[in-house]
Design a binder for this molecule. Structure first.
Ligand code: ADP
Length: 530
């Protein structure tokens, strides 16, 4: 088949971008594939195009509602009618209409949120219809150790097994912008497939990577204003807390830099409106927590500034990578003060799931279900476990899901396909190893978090080409960029420490990262396991 002619006819593009063709060929030849392409390189086409050619539908599992809607709205007119979207924003008659359309074979491209795969009805429908391809978008979300872990992604494997049983095992295409070699192996393992990896170079020469060393937060604010004044065009400023976002946005506005804040605490309408104004160029600067990001498809962002250090080099690469998607020059500036390392490790300790949380969730499940099986709403469970009433907020919801997936991994509970919005959970007889398993998992999570912290600190303090540092982190070799980072441009003031020493990632001291392993062990003794 002439793939280029088909590309022109359906998507109107004259040719494939580098690496798109290799990924598409691999998919069309029936191989389970992992494509690692930097942001803006054109990942969507890698499945949208095969979807139009394959005999059965393609299911795209994607983590964010906003992302799916943008993707769908961006489809060319020839493709749009053959695509649909199933997530919690669609219900009632519209949902029945779309599910009916899938059953009738009307769609070639189906976008769904991962939690949908937990629903028996939806799985049965897929078993009847059969799929040619299952696409795992943002595949790094499957990594238990990663910064974006989504427990619902672990259910993809069960869905694949269910489809297999029905005699329609689809091929798999996993896509992400960032995956270290270790994470690439984990993605295959979690999906239960051996994946052919196609890695594009991480290096994006249009991005100028810089670290600005500041004295303290006030100094950072001053430097941020300078950077924004020097760099015309749309900018994203990442900050670590909601409060910081609001204060920074106010501060910038007072200095004549039109800015809005964005975080998970805003109501959905305000969030949507804030995002839209930024996308349309009506607000120049958005000051946001990491809640703003994945799926923000604005091509002409000229600056991504980090007021606080990201929790890992993967996270930083993802966030900074939102600059310059149009291929034109853009800056990625990380503002760093010596005290940041301490705040990061404190934050890391707070952010990681606590053993007490896992225990509280387990107790709440025991109280609700005894030793049996049953359904329970996430709201009820959050109220029982954390004493929080009403709809669970995003943080509580995510802690709850992570806690349940940890209990599941230790064989304490089994999560069945959901019943509507309710969770369907069976309590299992606690295996003897449950305690040691949970202990090991939590310890490993802590170790991974510490390693990630060291890697990002190594990037900041390393004194080596920043692009090459990132490339190496992702298992790629490249010569120094020469002119696309502050180190190569000679803009970094030489520190008093010798270069060789500063090139090593600085290990956090005992005060900064206490012995979490021991703390976990102590808490675990109080777990109510038989
Ligand atoms: P990613 O998901 O990798 O960040 P997208 O899939 O959103 O990137 O694609 C980025 C942009 O590139 C989109 O506007 C898309 O239409 C465009 N694009 C993708 N492939 C091609 C191609 N072969 N030729 C021209 N434009 C393309």
């Amino acid at each position: 088949m002439d793939l280029r002619a088909a590309l022109k006819a359906t998507f109107g593009h004259d040719d494939f971008r580098p690496y798109q063709e290799a990924i598409i060929e691999s998919v069309m030849e029936g191989r389970d594939t992992l494509g690692v392409l930097p942001t803006g390189a054109g990942k969507s086409l890698c499945y949208q195009f095969p979807a139009m050619l394959l005999p059965r539908p393609t299911l795209v599992v994607s983590p964010l509602i906003a992302l799916m809607k943008d993707q769908l709205d961006g489809l060319p007119p020839e493709v749009y009618p053959q695509a649909t979207l199933i997530n919690s924003s669609v219900d009632g008659e519209e949902l029945s209409r779309r599910l009916g359309g899938i059953e009738a074979g009307q769609y070639k491209l189906i976008y769904a949120a991962p939690e949908r795969l937990r629903q028996q009805g939806f799985l049965r429908l897929l078993q009847r219809v059969g799929l040619s391809l299952l696409v795992v978008d943002e595949a790094h979300c499957v990594s238990v150790w990663g910064h974006d872990f989504r427990p619902d992604y672990l259910f993809i494997r069960k869905a694949l097994d269910a489809l297999n049983e029905a005699g329609h095992a689809p091929n798999v295409l996993a896509l992400t912008a960032t995956a270290t070699p270790e994470m690439q192996l984990e993605i295959g393992a979690q999906l239960g497939r051996s994946l052919t990896a196609i890695n594009a170079p991480m290096f994006r020469p249009n991005l100028r990577l810089e670290v600005l060393r500041c004295q303290n937060a006030d100094d950072k604010m001053r430097r941020l204003v300078e950077v924004l004044r020097e760099t015309p065009g749309a900018a994203i400023v990442y900050a670590s807390s909601r409060d910081r976002c609001e204060r920074l946005a106010r501060f910038l506005n007072e200095r004549g830099l039109p800015a809005a804040h964005y975080h998970a605490g805003l109501d959905p309408d305000t969030r949507r409106e804030t995002q839209e104004r930024f996308m349309l160029g009506k607000t120049r600067v958005i000051v946001a927590t990491i809640a703003f990001g994945m799926g923000v498809d604005k091509a002409n962002v000229r600056l991504v500034a980090h007021f606080s250090v990201s929790e890992s080099l993967e996270a930083y690469t993802q966030e900074a990578g939102r600059a310059g998607r149009d291929g034109k020059p853009a800056r990625c500036v990380l503002l760093y003060a010596p005290s940041d390392k301490t705040s990061l490790s404190r934050w890391l300790r707070q952010g990681d799931i606590k053993l007490a949380t896992v225990r509280d969730v387990y107790r709440a499940l025991q109280a609700a279900l005894g030793k049996g099986e049953g359904t329970i709403s996430p709201g009820q469970l959050v109220a029982q476990a954390f004493g929080q009433n009403g709809e669970p907020d995003a943080d509580a919801g995510s802690q709850l899901r992570v806690a349940i997936s940890l209990l599941e991994r230790c064989g304490l509970v089994a999560r069945q396909p959901d019943a509507g919005r309710d969770l369907n959970i069976a309590m299992l007889r606690a295996p003897k190893e449950a305690r040691t398993d949970l202990e090991a998992i939590l310890e490993a999570r802590t170790r991974h978090a510490e390693t990630r912290l060291n890697e990002i600190v190594g990037y900041v303090e390393g004194g080596q080409c920043r692009h090459a540092t990132i490339a190496r982190h992702f298992g790629q070799d490249m010569p120094d960029c020469g002119d696309a980072c502050d180190v190569c441009l000679g803009l970094v003031q030489v520190q008093s420490a010798p270069a060789a020493a500063s090139a090593r990632p600085a290990m956090p001291t005992a005060e900064e990262v206490p012995d979490l392993g021991r703390a976990i062990l102590q808490t675990i003794q109080s777990l109510p396991f038989p």
